[in-house]
Design a protein around this ligand. Sequence first.
Ligand SMILES: *Cc1c(COP(=O)(O)O)cnc(C)c1O
Length: 322
Amino acid sequence: MKQLARVPLAQLPTPIQPLPRLSAELGGPQLWVKRDDQTGLAFGGNKTRKLEYLAAAAQAADADRLITAGAAQSNHCRQTAAAAAQLGMACTLVLAGEEPAQLSANNLLDHLLGAELLWMGQDQREERLQAAYEAARIAGGRPYLVPYGGSNSVGAAAYAFALEELLAQGPTPYWIVFATSSGGTQAGLLAGAELLGYGGQILGISVDERAADLQPRIADLASETIMLFDGRNELSAVDVRVNDDYLGGGYAVVGDPEREAIRLFARLEGLLVDPVYTGRAAAGLIDLARKGFFSNDERVLFWHTGGTPALFAGAYAAELAA
Ligand SMILES: *Cc1c(COP(=O)(O)O)cnc(C)c1O
């Protein structure tokens, strides 16, 4: 694949490992995990890969500040703050909600990493992001706007390279299952599949949006990402596999399925998944395996996208300890 400008931030390749005890418990296919919770950069996660390319774009623009937005417990914001610190840039984060009485987990890390935190309602996000950008410029700075979730074609390209990395690591999985939200990870994997001729199934478990809303957006982003690599093919919504059966009580609401998934991964494999993204995707994976959705001779890879600092968020303590 064509090389793109990249700033090294991640520890790559991330390992893959089998999940024999979980596979046996579910009586289903052979499960494997790819450990993008181990990318490095302040506890890691999938945004670290995207930020290698986004930070390169920011440096090419001679930026001195990264600005982005996310949820109160955004992993993307935490990793952006860490990337900015490592590269000697300032960082402004626009976080959803009221400023909590006590910072915890990801937003505590944002603070420790030196980011400026701006709190606001969900609906004001775009305006506040623009306002923060303008304020930084007026103050004489050179801010760079990192897209929500790191999900433009430059960020998504990281997951085309990640698929290439996976395919070089050994037996090719037939299924790749992971949490999908802003769609950059899935778009990048789909672009990589197109460019590399991967013939397996790329299944995003939605954590917050309906499949019908997500699929066309991911298809467009995947098509743009393919173009970035000088490819031609365009994807449409039907090419994007999204399962939205596991939205539960809504974004970041921990229910029984997430709690069970977190415990099964922890107690059978010593592996931590998070309450918002990977716990929900793992709950979907577990349910699908129990229902016989995967055939037993198909190799299934769960792509762990990180997020584990949220396990320590005050907001989830009661649910997780129950
Ligand atoms: C952001 C995030 C995702 C979703 O990735 P997208 O590229 O936004 O779809 C999944 N898991 C974790 C832990 C994340 O932080």
